[in-house]
Design a protein around this ligand. Structure first.
Ligand code: URA
Length: 235
């Protein structure tokens, strides 16, 4: 190793030591790393290096009172997403519906109640997972989001995934799976096995609204959920 490289590494180590670190943290372990307890320094370190809550807040601020696509003209609220910023599982739906638009929260209508009961059957609480959507504003009359709307909004769910770094994504319904996987394969063929989204395991399953209309298919979504639990070592 050349002298320049050694000097650069030494400078970096001094930099981290001066910030209070006793070892170099990995991506995930910043929350538990040992730092000197100078209270004036800790918030600076967390914010600077890895604070997914702060990153999500700043993404929300960046979205602002969005008018990037035509959905903005009919919506009441932007539905950003909610849950744990350190979730192992991220559920991604399609777009807010009427109730979500009113409450500014994802999956709080009838389909949301079914999703909540699935999450609970999986042995989890809603606040332990993260729930988001491909587009953040309600399409009029609950129509499917159009391609230009998906293309405009896609960057935001992609950045939420980048910030949260879940171990598994469960995509809900055709539009979510097809948008994330950039494919036209029908949901009936996508579901039931893992795919990959930027190195993250992705399990497509049916949308809860579809399951409300076709309860006989609920067991298939339960099978998908069990494969996810198995992969996470929770079963
Ligand atoms: N359907 C979705 O796809 N997302 C929601 O938030 C609610 C219903």
């Amino acid at each position: 190793m050349g002298r320049e490289m050694i000097n650069a590494i030494r400078d970096s180590l001094i930099f981290y030591r001066e910030l209070g670190f006793q070892y170099i943290p990995g991506d995930r372990d910043i929350g538990s790393c040992k730092v000197h307890t100078d209270p004036s320094r800790t918030p600076f370190i967390k914010e600077k290096i890895n604070d997914p809550d702060a990153e999500l807040d700043s993404l929300r601020k960046e979205i602002g009172d969005c008018h990037r696509c035509k959905l903005s003209s009919n919506r009441t609220h932007i539905v950003f997403g909610e849950g744990s910023s350190r979730a192992e599982i991220m559920f991604i739906g399609e777009a807010p519906g009427r109730e979500e638009d009113i409450q500014a929260r994802p999956f709080v209508g009838d389909a949301g109640k079914l999703l909540t009961s699935l999450i609970e059957k999986m042995g989890l609480r809603r606040d332990e997972v993260y729930i988001g959507n491909i587009v953040k504003c309600r399409p009029p009359y609950n129509r499917d989001p159009e391609e230009d709307e998906i293309d405009t909004c896609r960057q935001f769910i992609e950045r939420q995934i980048d910030i949260i770094k879940p171990r598994v994504i469960i995509s809900l319904g055709r539009i979510s799976a097809q948008s994330l996987l950039n494919t036209r394969i029908p949901i009936s063929k996508l579901r039931g096995r893992f795919w990959e989204y930027k190195g993250i395991a992705l399990m497509p399953t049916f949308h809860p609204a579809y399951l409300l209309r076709n309860p006989k298919d609920k067991w298939l979504t339960w099978q998908d959920a069990m494969m996810v639990l198995e992969r996470l070592g929770r079963k």
